[in-house]
Write a protein that binds this ligand. Structure first.
Ligand code: FEO
Length: 394
């Protein structure tokens, strides 16, 4: 097995193809990996543990390399339980281990797992010698939580970035970027980015910029591929996503109880296509889980939302998506709105309220259709809405 990143630095992560929903709300059709790294030197350091469910496999992998030696340091770059969940188990296995974190690491960690006896608090730029290897720590606040940091190993020039530069998708044999077809992972990487760190995109960008000041030979995140040959590929994409450099394309999302609002979406989509836009994604919000839709919203310039009404308000299944858009505030969007009404309406009204609250750039006249889109006047309005949005993003 060639799980070596460099001399005496090993990958000891695990694949999760069993969990259906990451954080219990994002589907994982291709699974996810929890990456962890072991540095064997005069002192032994373990960098970021894994989901506790995989503890037996994880400890086996470490002991297969270490034998009877102990782990001396456990580096916790990030407190979120998909990594820190097995801190307690690591401490039970090697009770003398010193847990290394920053000034913000330990309060949440101890709230999750109880008191930690041996702690080492590191500051920005501080180093920790393991013998031939030296770890250096850099804070990466809000990438993904306030305590997030990255660890740079000076000898090998590997940076361990935890969530940053990560992606969904279990590692299917290849663990390095040059061992796989990168196109296979790109959508899952963007979906991970948009839904995990998209809300703090500017902080992600700062982490990228900070990392670029170092001499880096390899980027080793805690999810997804390890980057040793195509560093610029991942840096370019993470930078573009952080700057929200949206592509020419339109996402149309609708919520529809009996299909009438869905019919409206198709008319709008035809208008967008007639404007010459080739990348158009149409989603039924009740069919596709939000993280996939939001990933496309992140990457395209155009966003058109349509919803039927429900008790004077909006179709309930649209609410989760609106919440995510409101929280994450994707920028530089051209937005169009439409809605369906039976009696009092409410779908379009709620979309407009969200548009106002989020200061969306509304283009075209929002369209509300009573019943089905069967009147020529309504069909024309919907088509023109699509056409106008299409022209606006060309
Ligand atoms: Fe992979 Fe924010 O945890």
């Amino acid at each position: 097995m060639r799980n070596k990143l460099a001399e005496n630095i090993y990958y000891v992560g695990v694949n999760d193809r069993k969990t259906e929903m990451f954080e219990n709300h994002m589907e994982l059709p291709n699974g996810v990996s929890y990456n962890s790294y072991l540095i064997v030197d005069e002192q032994v350091a373990l960098i970021d543990p894994v989901e506790p469910e995989f503890m037996a496999q994880y400890i086996f992998q470490i002991k297969r390399i270490l034998g009877a030696r102990e782990v001396d340091y456990l580096i916790v770059n990030h407190d979120e339980p998909d990594h820190s969940g097995s801190v307690g188990a690591v401490l039970r296995e090697w009770p003398e281990v010193t847990v290394v974190g920053n000034a913000k690491t330990f309060a949440p960690l101890e709230n999750f797992y109880g008191a930690i006896a041996n702690k080492k608090i590191v500051a920005e730029g501080e180093t920790l010698s393991l013998g031939n290897h030296t770890l250096q720590f850099f804070m990466a606040p809000m990438c993904h939580w306030p305590e997030s940091m990255v660890t740079y190993e000076q000898t090998s020039k590997i940076i361990f970035t935890n969530d940053a530069f990560g992606g969904f998708g279990a590692l299917n044999g290849g663990i390095f970027d040059d061992e796989v077809n990168l196109a296979f992972y790109e959508d899952d990487m963007r979906r991970y980015y948009a839904n995990i760190v998209g809300k703090v995109a500017m902080m992600a960008l700062k982490t990228i910029q900070k990392a670029q000041t170092l001499d880096i030979k390899m980027i080793a995140p805690s999810h997804g591929l390890i980057w040793r040959s195509n560093l610029q590929w991942v840096i370019d994409r993470y930078t573009a996503w952080s700057k929200q450099e949206a592509k020419e394309g339109v996402v149309i999302v609708y919520g529809s109880m009996y299909g009438n609002t869905g019919r409206m979406a198709d008319i709008v989509a035809r208008g967008v296509a007639d404007a010459g836009v080739k990348e158009i994604k149409v989603y039924d919000v009740s069919k596709t889980e939000t993280s996939f839709i939001f990933s496309d919203i992140w990457q395209y310039k155009g966003m058109i939302l349509g919803a039927c009404s429900h008790y004077g308000s909006i179709f309930p299944n649209m609410v989760g998506l609106l919440h995510e858009i409101g929280e994450y505030k994707p920028q530089n969007k051209v937005v169009g709105l439409f809605g369906g009404a039976s009696w009092s309406g409410g779908g379009l009204k709620t979309l407009k309220e969200n548009a106002e609250a989020c200061k969306w750039n509304i283009v075209g006249e929002p369209v509300e259709v009573k019943g089905a889109p069967i009147r020529e006047e309504d069909i024309e309005k919907l088509y023109n809405l699509g056409l106008e949005i299409g022209k606006a993003i060309k």
